[in-house]
Design a protein around this ligand. Structure first.
Ligand code: SAM
Length: 200
């Protein structure tokens, strides 16, 4: 990852969503991106130029655009038409973003456009977030990683967030090695990241 002092940046063309520029790099703001928050908190999976990424819950492409600055290809899946319009704009300005309008919970719908990936990044804020991630694991390379941004309130607003996180950790642990869990405070409330590695 590229840091200028303690500021996380990415090496792409600016002007995507009004982001600040610093020494010619795009500032990647941890308050606007959960993935940036994870890096600023000192963890995450380093993004490399040879990586292929499946991004579930792309929204309007804010975080997608930064990931695309670092990696070879981003397959960006989004279900909602309005953010999809913005995502298409982002993809139009970057040769390595493949926008896919589909339900991340139905990977069979987009499997024909996919190849094996090094990283699955998921940020869908749905009650069945963990199940959605599991359904996409067949796309993951044997040495790949998953980063799941768990919005505990979306799973069940009445339950203790720590309990929801523990349950997600156990469920994912049946398929993957859960390397780390991390709450994203103070950048994002009620969100935890689960960083997982494939079992070879
Ligand atoms: N990751 C984005 C970013 O950092 O810029 C923000 C994602 S936003 C919290 C969640 C997004 O997931 C929304 O745009 C929503 O439409 C999308 N989403 C929710 N359920 C989905 C599904 N089943 N398949 C694909 N996208 C989904």
């Amino acid at each position: 990852m590229i840091w200028i002092g303690d500021v996380l940046v990415s090496p792409g063309e600016g002007g995507v969503y009004g982001e600040r520029m610093l020494d010619g790099y795009r500032v990647w703001d941890p308050y606007r991106s959960k993935l940036a928050a994870l890096y600023v908190l000192g963890t995450g999976v380093d993004l490399r130029p040879d990586m292929r990424v499946l991004y579930l819950g792309a929204a309007n492409g804010t975080t997608v655009s930064h990931v695309a600055d670092y990696v070879e290809t981003v397959y960006a899946v989004e279900i909602a038409p309005r953010p999809m319009q913005d995502l298409l704009e982002v993809a139009g300005r970057r040769r390595n973003v493949v926008p896919i309008m589909a339900d991340a919970g139905r990977p069979g719908e987009f499997a024909p456009f996919m190849e094996a990936v090094d990283l699955i990044y998921q940020d869908v804020a749905q009650p069945d977030q963990v199940a959605i991630a599991e359904r996409n694991l067949p796309f993951l390379k044997p040495d790949g990683c998953l980063i799941l941004m768990l919005k505990t309130r979306s799973v069940d607003v009445r339950r203790d967030p720590a309990e929801v996180l523990e349950e997600a950790r156990e469920e994912l642990g049946a398929h993957l090695i859960v390397v780390e869990t991390r709450w994203l405070e103070p950048y994002h409330r009620d969100h935890a990241a689960l960083v997982c590695a494939a079992r070879r």
